[in-house]
Design a protein around this ligand. Structure first.
Ligand SMILES: Cc1ncc(COP(=O)(O)O)c(C=O)c1O
Length: 366
């Protein structure tokens, strides 16, 4: 069986380091906002290239709390991609605002920048570009639109730890950026976790309070807040994993190149297309197949290969968003991709032999 992601293998390879770090947290009872969390925040900000990082409970909270900190609330509109994960738009709703969608580029699957300006209204307050699958949205063009229209940019970098746009890290472009440390991410914890990165001292200070019941002094709550802290055990694990992230991203890139080489000869498969000026850290290796995608997934599973779909339903076609008033056909590229995309096994430790076997079995089926 070739798994879609092999978290057990990674755990076993670094088990002693992980267990020692977790034992330290327990021995020091540094469970909430302890030394490991501060250390991780410092190192993660350095890695991304921002002045600050604030650990929170999930990537969804990172988006939601950053939006609250940016002053978003009822009556506001925030523009994002129609082909993102549900969490991006649910965070906009959690802040009380309305998601406004744009289609994606049919080749890179990144948000169609040219569509953004067409949906700006007097209620629009910001844009959430999603660095989907591990590639970075054209941040120069997006920053120009944001500046012209006086909008904030909050990057959804939940799938792009370590990716770069013109040599600058994903998560260092917007007013703030959100990361997820869900276990299967390029940088994943042993449970849920997230972080907001920013260069803005005021956003940073507000976030420190917002993630901790709105309090800067115990039992005093001058502003809104909630309980959304990265816990010490997760931070200890993330500190270890962060040291390996660059090497792990390179391994993903090597596996991706091998996939591309093996599959290039078959015209029935559309390979990932590189976005201009962006590195790709292959959180997901997504191909398109022209017909019977779901049948291929089942047949691959029968041959011992796990695969996935990210994502089978675009945002506007979920029941949860019927109130937004969109209909089928509104975002043709997102809809077309949703019916054809297929994510193949991708994790840093995947071997050449495993990649070759996945390709062989997929090619047999096609
Ligand atoms: C693009 C995107 N945004 C937001 C999230 C939400 O992150 P989390 O699952 O940590 O809440 C995820 C992760 O699943 C994601 O892939």
């Amino acid at each position: 069986m070739i798994p879609f992601v092999d978290l057990k293998l990674q755990f076993n390879l670094h088990k002693e380091e992980f267990m020692q770090a977790i034992e330290n947290v327990c021995a020091n009872t540094a469970f909430i906002l302890g030394k490991e969390v501060s250390e991780f925040e410092k190192h993660f900000a350095e890695f991304i290239g921002t002045r600050y990082a604030v650990g929170v409970a999930t990537g969804t909270d990172a988006l939601h709390l950053a939006l609250r900190t940016l002053g978003i609330g009822p009556g506001d509109e925030v523009i994002t991609a129609a082909n993102t994960f549900y969490a991006t738009t649910s965070a906009i709703e959690l802040a009380g605002a309305r998601p406004v969608l744009v289609d994606c580029d049919p080749d890179t699957y990144l948000m169609d920048i040219d569509a953004v300006e067409k949906v700006i209204t007097p209620k629009t307050k910001g844009i959430i570009p999603v660095h989907l699958y591990g590639q970075v949205v054209a941040m120069d063009a997006l920053a120009a639109i944001a500046e012209r229209n006086n909008l904030f940019v909050l990057e959804d970098a939940c799938q792009a730890h370590g990716a770069c746009y013109k040599d600058k890290g994903a998560g260092s472009f917007g007013n703030a950026a959100a990361f997820s440390f869900y276990p299967g991410k390029n940088l994943g914890a042993f449970g849920d976790g997230g972080a907001v990165t920013t260069d803005d001292a005021a956003i940073y200070e507000k976030l420190l309070a917002v993630r901790n019941y709105g309090s800067t002094r115990k039992y005093h709550h001058p502003t809104f807040g909630t309980n959304s802290r990265l816990d010490g055990v997760q931070a200890a694990v993330l500190n270890i994993k962060l040291r390996h992230l660059t090497e792990w991203n390179s391994s993903r890139q090597r596996a991706a190149e091998r996939y591309k080489k093996n599959l290039a000869s078959n015209a029935a498969i559309k390979l990932p297309v590189s976005a201009e000026n962006s590195t790709h850290v292959y959180h997901l290796f997504v191909v398109q197949v022209e017909s019977d995608r779901d049948g291929i997934i089942d047949a691959l599973a029968q041959k011992g290969v796990q695969s996935g779909i990210h994502y089978p339903v675009p945002i506007h076609l979920h029941g949860a968003y019927s109130y937004l008033g969109y209909k089928k056909g509104d975002f043709p590229c997102s809809e077309a991709a949703a019916g054809k995309i297929l994510s193949l096994p991708m994790f840093p430790e995947i071997t050449d032999a495993q990649v070759d076997e996945v390709c062989e079995k997929l090619l047999e089926l096609l």
